[in-house]
Design a protein around this ligand. Sequence first.
Ligand code: BG6
Ligand code: MG
Length: 219
Amino acid sequence: EIKGFTFDLDGVITDTAKFHEQAWHDLATSLNVPWSAELGRQLKGISRMDSLNMILAEGGHENDYTDDEKAAFAAQKNQHYVALIQALTPADILPGMTEFLAEIKREGYFASVASASKNAPTILKKLGIMADFVGIVDPATLSHGKPDPEIFTKAGEILKLQPTQIIGLEDASAGVQAIKGAGQTALGIGTAAKDAQPDIWFAETKEISLANIAKQMNA
Ligand code: BG6
Ligand code: MG
């Protein structure tokens, strides 16, 4: 029986995925790395340093920069990203998610956040929904990023529930793989998530409700 939910943030609760993509695209261009929609999809859910390494590899630059130079590139991307998220307000919560968070609270489910982003607490405060979650996994404590299951396992421990009692929500292929690896039920949103064959799938957040989830679980 499902008793809780582990939420990815970027691309699930709010559309910050587009700001990450914009900031990485700009950095890639400045490093002469060609951008593609496919690269954009692959970077979803991936930690800051892993994302930079994937971009450098895409351009054949994996051995061209020192660790200090790479840290500077990552800081440059984050500065751009942080500037883009300053204007977020509760109006930037994706369609249906305010209602879904209210519905699960009303029905007695527990929720935690499994975001790879070090900016997650800032974003949750700006959206005004910090209090909807029992807790947030601190990505600085992780040994492995998504698709490793570690972050969802920790988000489940915060809920004090067994994996079989949890549904994880993700928009990224790497994230769906991580949820499945943690033994939780994977709910994927959008085309990038579909690649990893989630247990439950919705094209858009506005379709997510307890009733619509139940329909797919019993299908
Ligand atoms: C994930 C995003 O939530 O967080 C990725 O999907 C991002 O695109 C990752 O790279 C790390 O975020 P941050 O804010 O710590 O650089
Ligand atoms: Mg995401």
